[in-house]
Ligand binder design. Structure first.
Ligand SMILES: *[C@@H]1O[C@H](CO)[C@@H](O)[C@H](O)[C@H]1NC(C)=O
Ligand SMILES: *[C@@H]1O[C@H](CO)[C@@H](O)[C@H](O)[C@H]1NC(C)=O
Ligand SMILES: *[C@@H]1O[C@H](CO)[C@@H](O)[C@H](O)[C@H]1NC(C)=O
Ligand SMILES: *[C@@H]1O[C@H](CO)[C@@H](O)[C@H](O)[C@H]1NC(C)=O
Ligand SMILES: [Zn+2]
Length: 459
């Protein structure tokens, strides 16, 4: 306006008009470019409908790298959406681990819910650009559930503390609602939990985290232990070293969490054993680990449970690398296929599901081979012995080594007990794929670095 006036005063009205028009055009162009470049997930809260739309947009823009499904509905009928990312997003693939983030289980803890949208966008944008993330998305199926408690969220209010919207529609705390092997869970199982239990029993999740808010710490199993649940006491799992590594991977990738003094709390290195912080019964992470062959931790990712919208960008920047580095840990330790001698022909081997997989010196937790006969164990570098048992086969021990340069492939062949009646098979336990002993020896199929030795007794 000022410029235009200046030109007018100069008397060259026509010229001034032209210039002003050009400037207007230029401004319009600039505005369009800016608008296009900021398109993407905005740093603002998404209600259930816009969350759903955002997820759908991802699957439309990246059909080869993403898909979505619902694990069921909440009590109030809202879909519990999951976005899957990766080259194998549309279907499971052999020896490609499934990993997951679940957010917003407490309806008023909302940061994870938003950050998962940004994480999805980041992964999808980086595919083909960043070699680490491209390989990760080729080798992993990443499942993101932005909200496990959409009904609670719909009642929640902005604020750093408080419990409005924490529970589900019937005010049950979903992180006290899982079956617990260490104690009787007195609460009726809620629909959201039933959906998640079914989901994790159908999907073989190797590595998971449950995203919460209210402080800055990674809480790792166990959350409970047999006996008096009110006592604060360190409750170590047989894989305590692995859980500490997973928790530290997150806290050390976060700019302040690992410093340990945040939000008025103090946690050495920003990690804490669940039961030593405060024991709970019916938590999700213990169920995942004890019952579903996977490692899970709980991450408190912001001091404030439901912060002001303008805090979201900074929270994303603080948590981005930590969220990425945590899931990269899915590719450590050992994995492989369990084969069992066929009941029809002793030279044939079928993949075996439901075999119990343990590692010597850390027994007690029964991981099981999947429907496809796969197993996975996260382990730090070292020498170990795998113990594999199944009612139809001779218990077998296999030594193996884990190095820091990627996951070790160790397949295992199980033999039938000598003289076991022909034809008495494990019906239904066996997968479709039948391979001969010879095929098993081909390099990409199997690395039987050592011969399986029969064990004296099962665990
Ligand atoms: C989804 O994409 C469409 C166009 O592709 C856009 O108009 C809409 O704003 C997007 N919605 C969300 C929630 O991202
Ligand atoms: C690729 O992503 C990884 C994981 O976030 C990161 O550590 C690395 O610096 C990135 N590489 C490049 C070249 O940006
Ligand atoms: C896992 O939990 C389900 C549901 O409570 C139960 O039926 C099943 O027996 C449990 N399995 C194991 C291996 O703990
Ligand atoms: C594992 O075993 C190998 C050979 O038996 C040995 O050289 C190596 O030091 C062992 N590694 C560890 C971490 O014990
Ligand atoms: Zn919480």
């Amino acid at each position: 306006m000022k410029l235009l006036l200046m030109f007018c005063v100069g008397g060259r009205v026509k010229y001034a008009y032209l210039i002003s028009q050009m400037m207007l055009l230029w401004l319009l162009l600039l505005f369009t470019i800016t608008a296009v470049s900021v398109k993407g997930v905005e740093f603002k809260y998404h209600n259930h409908r816009s969350l759903e739309k955002t997820l759908r947009n991802f699957t439309e823009q990246y059909p080869d790298l993403s898909s979505m499904y619902s694990v069921g509905t909440s009590i109030r009928g809202r879909q519990m959406w999951v976005l899957v990312l990766g080259k194998h997003s549309s279907r499971p693939a052999l020896l490609v681990p499934n990993v997951k983030y679940i957010a917003n289980m407490h309806g008023n803890e909302v940061v994870g819910r938003e950050l998962l949208l940004h994480l999805a966008e980041y992964y999808l944008n980086q595919y083909g650009k960043n070699a680490t993330l491209t390989q990760f998305l080729d080798d992993t199926r990443v499942h993101l559930m932005p909200t496990m408690n959409p009904d609670g969220f719909s009642r929640s209010r902005q604020g750093c503390d408080g419990v409005t919207g924490r529970g589900n529609a019937l005010a049950y705390d979903l992180n006290r609602n899982f079956p617990d092997n260490a104690a009787i869970n007195p609460y009726p199982q809620q629909r959201e939990v039933t959906n998640v239990v079914r989901w994790i029993q159908e999907t073989n999740f190797l590595l998971s985290a449950n995203l919460h808010g209210g402080t800055l710490v990674v809480n790792y199993p166990f959350d409970s232990y047999p006996g008096d649940v009110r006592l604060q006491r360190y409750s170590a799992s047989p894989d305590d070293d692995v859980f500490r590594h997973l928790a530290l991977t997150f806290s050390k990738s976060h700019p302040t969490m690992h410093k340990g003094v945040n939000c008025g709390d103090a946690f050495s290195q920003g990690i804490v054993n669940g039961a030593s912080w405060y024991p709970i019964t019916g938590g999700m992470q213990d169920f995942m680990y004890r019952n579903a062959s996977g490692y899970e931790v709980l991450i408190e990712m912001s001091c404030c449970k439901y912060p002001r919208q303008d805090m979201l960008k900074g929270l994303w920047e603080d948590n981005r690398d930590a969220l990425i580095n945590f899931l990269l840990q899915a590719h450590m330790g050992v994995k492989g296929l369990i084969y069992g001698q066929s009941s029809r022909h002793s030279d044939l081997f079928d993949v075996v599901s439901g075999a119990v997989i343990q590692v010597m010196g850390r027994e007690g937790i029964h991981f099981r081979s999947s429907r496809l006969g796969e197993y996975y164990k996260l382990l730090l570098p070292g020498n170990y012995t795998l113990l594999v048992t199944h009612p139809d086969f001779v218990p077998t021990a296999v030594p193996f080594t884990v190095t820091s340069s990627g996951v070790t492939r160790q397949d295992v062949k199980l033999m039938r007990p000598y003289g076991s009646p022909e034809g008495q098979s494990s019906n239904g336990d066996r997968g479709q794929g039948q391979i001969t002993g010879e095929e098993l020896g081909t390099p990409e199929k199997a690395v039987l670095t050592s011969r399986p030795r029969p064990l004296r007794h099962t665990q």
